[in-house]
Write a protein that binds this ligand. Structure first.
Ligand code: GLA
Length: 394
């Protein structure tokens, strides 16, 4: 080999090593969230007003209300538990609000048979201005693991011009290096279209800005339930076991919508295979709200092992049909009425992916009633701003 060829071979070798080192690292492979995560988070109702008393109360209520039995398991403290970093760079917990410390709180949550979640941010500060994890990712991940953390929600405030894919990959790798399986919930608000690149980085990723507790808020920068819903249409192919689109936490029970609207919000989040993270005061739920959040037949649609996100199958002047394919061959179908008065909504078997000649049984998942066998199509009267949710089974 001549000197020139030798130099060329050496160059190629160096380039290959550099390429390998810079290639986005491996897969997420933490084995978590094979069905959409279910739990509770403090933010929607309590914002910065978090404390160990609040979190313990939420864990207690999750058990006593029947939420745990219905499948909810993660109890997640959102922003504002952290106040500073010490001289060694360790994150400092608000000692007034969490006097027993995070390890004790994690132990308490675990003693109820539940899992413990926490929040941080990829920037220098969190959205509420508390210390973020930028530059402290590995240190923080080790700390979380020592507290028994099972779930990290990782926000995107104060990140400047940072590259989202790199920032979230760094925290994914830090969590992995901690040695504890920690579900990774990416809260990047859909800014850099994480559905296109985050499958091997996070177990779930926010697809939009923050949800507001309203049907369709009058203000421009608020995302009411139907605005968020419309932004999910078309993202269905990106979700699956271990990696979910997250249209944000539930507002069910927070007072800004009617019971009919909350039932629609919950039904559609279930059909979207969205993470079901309740965001209300679990200690003070009315029976109506509890009935919505714990409807096992509707939750079974969300938790279906096939892990397909549902999609809009038909839209006809604010009367819509949404469908989700299920593992047993059935279809969950939602008739959704956005109009100001009740309306009749119909669909054909072909519109939900069945041949026209099929005879199939229909069960109403809110009335919990079998409605009989039908040929080729189905129709129902749907209340204003409400849903009828059924399972169709050939
Ligand atoms: C952002 C997130 C919210 C919540 C707040 C906390 O707005 O999107 O879900 O975590 O920060 O400050």
């Amino acid at each position: 080999m001549g000197a020139f060829q030798k130099r060329l071979t050496l160059c190629c070798l160096v380039a290959c090593i550099a390429l390998l080192a810079s290639a986005p690292a491996k897969a997420l492979d933490n084995g978590l969230a094979l069905t959409p995560p279910m739990g509770w988070n403090s933010w929607n109702k309590f914002q910065c007003n978090v404390s160990e008393e609040l979190i313990k109360g939420a864990a207690d209520a999750m058990v006593s209300s029947g939420m745990k039995d219905a499948g909810y398991e993660y109890v997640v403290i959102d922003d504002c538990w952290q106040v500073d970093r010490d001289a060694a760079g360790n994150i400092v917990v608000d000692a007034q609000r969490f006097p027993s410390g995070m390890k004790a709180l994690g132990d308490y949550v675990h003693s109820k048979g539940l899992k413990f979640g926490i929040y941080s941010d990829a920037g220098l500060k969190t959205c509420a201005g508390r210390p973020g994890s930028a530059g402290h990712e590995y240190q923080d991940a080790i700390q979380y693991a020592s507290w028994g953390v099972d779930y990290l929600k990782y926000d995107w405030c104060h990140t400047g011009k940072a590259n989202a894919e790199w920032a979230y990959t760094t925290m994914r790798d830090a969590l992995k290096a901690s040695g504890r399986p920690i579900l990774f919930s990416m809260c990047e608000w859909g800014s850099a279209k994480p559905w296109l690149w985050a499958k091997d980085i996070g177990n779930m990723w926010r697809t939009t800005g923050d949800i507001s507790d309203c049907w369709d808020c009058p203000k421009k920068d608020q995302l009411g339930f139907v605005k968020i819903l419309d932004m999910q249409d078309g993202l269905e192919t990106y979700a699956g076991p271990g990696h979910w689109n997250d249209p944000d936490m539930l507002e069910v029970g927070n007072g800004g919508m009617t019971i009919t609207e909350y039932r629609a919000h919950f039904s559609l989040w279930c059909l979207l295979a969205a993470p079901l993270i309740s965001g209300n005061d679990l200690k003070n739920m009315t029976p109506d709200i509890k009935e919505i959040l714990t409807n096992k037949e509707v939750i079974a649609v969300n938790q279906d092992a096939l892990g397909m996100q549902g999609r809009r199958a038909k839209r006809d002047a604010d009367a819509e049909v949404w469908v989700k394919q299920l593992k047993d061959g059935g279809r969950a179908v939602i008739l959704f009425n956005r109009r100001a008065s009740e309306t009749s909504i119909s669909f054909t078997w072909e519109q939900i992916g069945y041949p026209a000649h099929l005879s199939a049984s229909v069960r109403d998942l809110w009335a919990k009633k079998d409605l009989g066998k039908f040929d080729g199509k189905w129709v129902a009267t749907v209340p204003s701003h409400g849903v009828v949710m059924i399972k169709v089974m050939p």
